[in-house]
Design a protein around this ligand. Structure first.
Ligand code: DGT
Ligand code: CA
Ligand code: CA
Length: 572
């Protein structure tokens, strides 16, 4: 596949980084950086143009030497100048340059004086206090670097919720098949549906003398056992996910479930309430004067301290206890409340199923409508539709609806927002779409002012109904774009544009606290799967989880409405 502009640009960035560490000619370095910027911001595919034999010299700031390098890179996938530079300077040094506080001079110093080539070696040196004495470093920078690296490692050590589910499922099945086991539940952040989990906290409710620990040892997916007693064990699954298993007596199962579901902050606040009512609360139950008054179920635990049951997604001590006390907990949205899905792809661009297959799968889920939102032309990696193909795609959708398929397919498009905020689809075609979903896919690192202006301008367009994955983050992989979320929500509210809660487990964008803020600010929301296959439609539940964590109720979400009301509400 042809290199994207971003990929081509990153080759030149990397080359410039290495040359900078090598103290090369600053003009040469600047020329490469300049080229990288021009290429990254160029509205057409540089690779396509090179392949078509275009004169890349014509690009602003690109001379014939760099033009030739681009041709070589596009043809061969390699940049010989970069290979050459990497011969004398390890190319991993460029990853050090991304750390705050480190520029080319310091990276060079680290390499030459301490032989440090990677972030792992840097962390080690910082822990051993070997950086502080380097000239120009000092204890403060060392501590700051250590903290940055620690945060990175933390982020990598957590497991995405969907991945955790895939790992947990076989183990839960394994336990459930053991004679004497009544119930197996994953508590902790997993039950609270956090977007990532640190470990799995599995609680097993079973008859006395059930061989739970033997069963655990017999599970084939275990890499190592960290500790094991009669009623609790900590093991690591292959792949590295930690699992804490606890065997709980039935009389205390509700208490344990509440305790190990957490969060810790919620537990502390609940315990304080219990104490104020002259009760003792721990993972074994609620006790008055040493007598157990609750323990079997969570409902009992809450009732003993005079509260209604609180959904796990809310248990973060961010107002749920007060809301429960005043019996004004939100009626959280459920998957069954949705009447349609507003973001999906087909084989027309980067999806794997046909329009008919996607529609049929959505109908089977009980939806009344499905928006097909294949990409617009600018998103080349996804085979985005140019105006002519989009026009035919709209025709195909309208024809499909005439076959009365039992679901209304909404003609839509995931319209790329260009760098300056213009839309990647001509107005005449936007007019023909039932729903317009706009999104940013490139130029993700614009400075805040420009990024905000870009999004505001896109939403200024009266045909834009929904802003998809508003922050552009990928969990554990890519930071959000630099925006002021509150300002963005204000802009959306002013224009009547809906914010999407994208349910792809790698995105979850908006995320929980953003959802809550949007609701409080009166911003309209939709929850969409961004499905690329028929089975992907079911991933909508991850979006529902985030929405629930954000206190969202059915009436806050436009696609809980029946088709005609939805279409009416969508109008700005
Ligand atoms: P994680 O694993 O980092 O994603 O987050 P959690 O919430 O699953 O935390 P974890 O696995 O350390 O502990 C599970 C639950 O056990 C936690 O949510 C609340 C409870 N818990 C753990 N430590 C304490 C504690 O020191 N005090 C109280 N009150 N509860 C605790
Ligand atoms: Ca946990
Ligand atoms: Ca744990």
């Amino acid at each position: 596949m042809a290199l994207s502009n971003t990929e081509i640009a990153s080759f030149f960035e990397k080359l410039a980084d290495l040359l900078e560490i090598q103290d090369a000619n600053p003009f040469r370095i600047r020329a490469y950086r300049n080229a990288a910027r021009v290429i990254a911001g160029y509205p057409h595919s540089v690779a396509d143009q090179a392949a078509a034999g275009a004169d890349l010299n014509e690009l602003p700031g690109i001379g014939s030497a760099i033009a030739e390098k681009i041709h070589t890179l596009v043809d061969t996938g390699r940049l010989p100048a970069l290979d050459e530079a990497a011969k004398t300077t390890p190319s991993t040094l460029t990853e050090l340059m991304e750390l705050p506080g480190l520029g080319p001079k310091r990276v060079k110093q680290l390499y030459q004086e301490l032989g440090i080539k990677s972030t792992a070696e840097l962390a080690q040196a910082a822990r051993e206090d070997r950086l502080a004495s380097l000239e120009g470093f000092g204890a403060k920078l060392q501590a700051q670097l250590l903290e940055t690296l620690r945060q990175r490692a933390d982020r990598q050590r957590r497991t995405r919720l969907d991945v955790a589910e895939d790992r947990a499922r076989p183990l839960l099945k394994h336990f459930a098949a053991v004679r004497g086991v009544r119930q197996v539940i994953v508590a902790g952040s997993y039950r609270r549906r956090q977007e990532t989990v640190g470990d799995l906290d599995i609680l097993v409710n079973c008859r006395r003398d059930t061989p739970v620990m033997e069963a655990l040892r017999a599970f084939p997916g275990i890499e190592s056992v960290a500790s094991q007693g009669e009623t609790r064990a900590t093991v690591f699954l292959s792949g590295g996910l930690q699992v804490d298993v606890r065997v709980i007596a039935e009389s205390a199962f509700g208490a344990a479930l509440h305790y190990f579901t957490g969060s810790k902050a919620h537990n502390v606040a609940i315990r304080r309430m219990a104490v104020a009512a002259c009760l003792k609360l721990n993972e074994y139950g609620v006790f008055r004067d040493g007598q157990q008054v609750a323990g079997r179920t969570e409902e009992e635990i809450f009732a003993a301290i005079d509260l209604p049951w609180i959904p796990p997604e809310l248990r973060e001590n961010t107002g749920e206890i007060e809301a429960a006390r005043h019996t004004c907990l939100p009626q959280l949205i459920r998957v069954e409340d949705l009447r349609g899905d507003l973001h999906s792809h087909t084989v027309a661009t980067d999806g794997h199923a046909t329009l008919a297959a996607m529609a049929e799968a959505a109908r089977t889920r009980g939806y009344q409508y499905l928006a097909i939102t294949d990409h617009s032309q600018q998103v080349r990696v996804a085979g985005g539709l140019d105006p002519e193909r989009l026009s035919r795609h709209i025709d195909a959708i309208k024809r499909y609806n005439e076959t009365e398929p039992g679901i209304r397919v909404l003609a839509s498009c995931e319209v790329d927002i260009l760098e300056d905020g213009r839309l990647d689809v001509p107005n005449a075609l936007l007019q023909r779409l039932d729903v317009v979903v706009a999104a940013v896919h490139s130029q993700l690192r614009l400075p805040r002012r420009r990024q905000m202006d870009r999004l505001r301008r896109a939403m200024d367009h009266p045909r834009v109904h929904i802003l998809a994955h508003p922050t552009g983050r990928l969990i554990g992989e890519r930071d959000p774009i630099d925006i002021d979320l509150e300002q963005l929500l204000i802009a959306a509210r002013e224009r009547g544009v809906c914010m999407e809660i994208n349910a792809q487990p790698a995105r979850l964008d908006l995320k929980d606290n953003h959802c809550r803020l949007a609701k409080e600010m009166g911003v309209r929301l939709v929850i969409s799967s961004d499905a690329h296959s028929t089975t992907d439609l079911a991933k909508i539940r991850f979006g529902i989880d985030q929405a629930r964590r954000g206190w969202i109720e059915p009436q806050d979400v436009l696609n809980t409405r029946p088709l005609s009301q939805f279409l009416q509400a969508l109008q700005r």
